[in-house]
Design a binder for this molecule. Structure first.
Ligand code: MN
Length: 128
């Protein structure tokens, strides 16, 4: 299993490191971006299997970044999952309505997180 390329978009260095370490330990390859601008550039360059998108980023919101990815033919079909501390039910609905393919909450539970990522990669493989 694993080996999928995952782009982690997160401006908090501690959170970024934790997610990266958990994913790499499980055999995933990772790309990292601390801004939406870098994330979009990396997405266009590498077409990752999955993008984990923080919502509060220094240069634009993760929702705006998602809109830019969807507007660009080379990144429009990439699987993008919100990874955010916003945890209210309305938030979840708001993110899915914005076009995210899924929604994961921070702080991550390192025991559960790998399985959630595996599910997201699996859903992506079935061309959803
Ligand atoms: Mn943030």
């Amino acid at each position: 299993m694993a080996g999928e390329l995952i782009l982690i978009v997160e401006d908090n260095e501690k959170n970024l490191k934790l997610v990266r370490d958990v994913l790499q330990f499980k055999g995933y390859r990772t790309l990292e971006a601390g801004t939406a601008t870098d994330a979009i550039a990396l997405a266009m360059q590498h077409a990752p299997d999955l993008i984990l998108m923080d919502i509060q980023l220094p240069d634009m919101t993760g929702i705006t970044a998602l809109e830019r990815l969807r507007a660009e033919p080379s990144t429009a079909a990439l699987r993008v999952v919100a990874l955010t501390a916003f945890a209210m039910r309305e938030d979840r609905e708001r993110f899915l309505a914005a076009g995210f393919d899924g929604y994961l909450t921070k702080p991550i539970d390192i025991k559960l997180f790998p399985e959630l990522i595996r599910q997201q990669c699996e859903l992506g493989r079935h061309g959803e």
